[in-house]
Design a protein around this ligand. Sequence first.
Ligand SMILES: *[C@@H]1O[C@H](CO)[C@@H](O)[C@H](O)[C@H]1NC(C)=O
Ligand SMILES: *[C@@H]1O[C@H](CO)[C@@H](O)[C@H](O)[C@H]1NC(C)=O
Ligand SMILES: *[C@@H]1O[C@H](CO)[C@@H](O)[C@H](O)[C@H]1NC(C)=O
Ligand SMILES: *[C@@H]1O[C@H](CO)[C@@H](O)[C@H](O)[C@H]1NC(C)=O
Ligand SMILES: *[C@@H]1O[C@H](CO)[C@@H](O)[C@H](O)[C@H]1NC(C)=O
Length: 472
Amino acid sequence: MATPPLFLLLLLLLSFLLLLRPAHSRSTSKITGTTKPAPLENGDPRQQHAPAECDGRRIHIRELPSQFNADLLLACDSSSFPLLDSSSSNFCASLSDHGLGPRTHNRSRSWYRTDSHRGLEPLFHRRMLEYPCLVADPSLADAVFLPYYSSLDALPFLYSPDQFNSSFLHGLSLYYFLTDKDNSPHVWSRHRGLDHFLVLAGPAWDFSQAPSADPVLFGTSFLTTPELSNLTVLTLESRPSPWQEHAVPYPTSFHPATLARLDAWLSRARSSRRPNLALFVGGGGGGGPNVRGSIRAECENRTDLCEVVNCSGGSCAHDPIRFMRPMLRSDFCLQPPGDTPTRRSTFDGILAGCVPVFFEELGARAQYGWHLPRGEYDRFSVFIPKEDVVFNGVRILEVLEAIPRDEVRRMRERVLELAPGVMYRRQGSSDGLRARKDAFDLAVEGALRRIRRRVRSIAEPELLLEEDDDDL
Ligand SMILES: *[C@@H]1O[C@H](CO)[C@@H](O)[C@H](O)[C@H]1NC(C)=O
Ligand SMILES: *[C@@H]1O[C@H](CO)[C@@H](O)[C@H](O)[C@H]1NC(C)=O
Ligand SMILES: *[C@@H]1O[C@H](CO)[C@@H](O)[C@H](O)[C@H]1NC(C)=O
Ligand SMILES: *[C@@H]1O[C@H](CO)[C@@H](O)[C@H](O)[C@H]1NC(C)=O
Ligand SMILES: *[C@@H]1O[C@H](CO)[C@@H](O)[C@H](O)[C@H]1NC(C)=O
């Protein structure tokens, strides 16, 4: 009588294991390894029967004419836009390979010369094609993704003087397309656009000029146009009181395709020797009193504790080797505001296990709640108000030196735990890596939470007064 129970146990174990198989490996394995996006995003039969674990997370990718995406990848050079800064000179090339850009060198497998801004639009589009819960029928979808490369479409309004005065037009042709009587306008009107989302790969400030502004200043009106106000927009930086937008991490240069490569990098960062206390990677600091100037002055005084990588003139933009090695040998990475409060360098530093030092809340805590737990900043970062540094004589290096060594170690450990969630893995990654949520996965989850609440708010308007959807 000993055999039946054992047999039953084995059977139970087997069915348990089968249940545990990650759902996405079933539904996405067929497109693993493809290098080009499938052209017919919604005509694909494998998208018709998204399984039950997709309840509440089904997404329809809206098919758009190529003028809204692919065509924009062809006209993005400084020859087209003379006012684009010099760091953008090989801008088109940096958007190749679905936004990853070229590899840093021939033998590199996980490192790319990725554009820290606009690369996110093609990258996000390509990754969306691998999303396990796509549906071809928009009426079954919980959300509709618009593969519109909106910051690329903004270039003429930002960098061609003859089009400055038309910057209120940014995005309107998309709206007219979606509501055109010949283009299934019910997809948009079903929830008045509240279930639609897209990526706008830049700081919200560049896209929030009042449509009626006179004179017209730098920036478009994408985020202030009433027609587009129901969209959920993923930006790299949000305004202090955002409505449509939510910030997601800047793309870094690191896009591993397997769990082994991710883990190899993280263990390198974990065991790296860090003789340097503080690092600043960036430019600026001239002009009147400002925190970048204070950082430079302190670092010049104490080269034994502080290193500066001079990135003036965009010299580091597509060259991660220049700053990743210094980040690996530093305990703290100083992340002061520049033209705007946030910076891509914050995410490079997190990948390197370099504890971020912020100088204002808008630099990260007020931004990336879907990716970095808002209530935990003390555990993985240091905050020194910029006013204290510039006007009250607080010395950054003294503050950092005073932090006990095992506290620094604990912070670094926490930073490295958060790192997988702020990097964008390569498209077509291994199943093992897909089982870890990356910046894309967390961004989609956040967008779905927000859209769920907004759609419900049509019937229950008081929902809109609820807390933000950040605190998980
Ligand atoms: C890298 O590969 C390209 C194209 O295959 C080749 O032209 C180039 O010489 C290679 N560079 C190095 C440093 O090997
Ligand atoms: C844009 O509008 C301003 C007035 O608001 C005008 O002075 C300027 O000439 C216009 N620029 C172009 C290129 O039309
Ligand atoms: C946005 O949603 C609101 C509230 O549901 C609705 O009144 C409005 O008409 C919508 N705007 C557009 C442009 O569809
Ligand atoms: C630089 O060092 C000098 C001499 O030790 C000191 O007086 C000065 O305050 C320091 N300046 C900064 C910005 O740390
Ligand atoms: C940084 O580099 C720029 C351009 O290469 C140079 O003009 C500037 O003086 C440098 N700044 C510092 C502080 O070394």
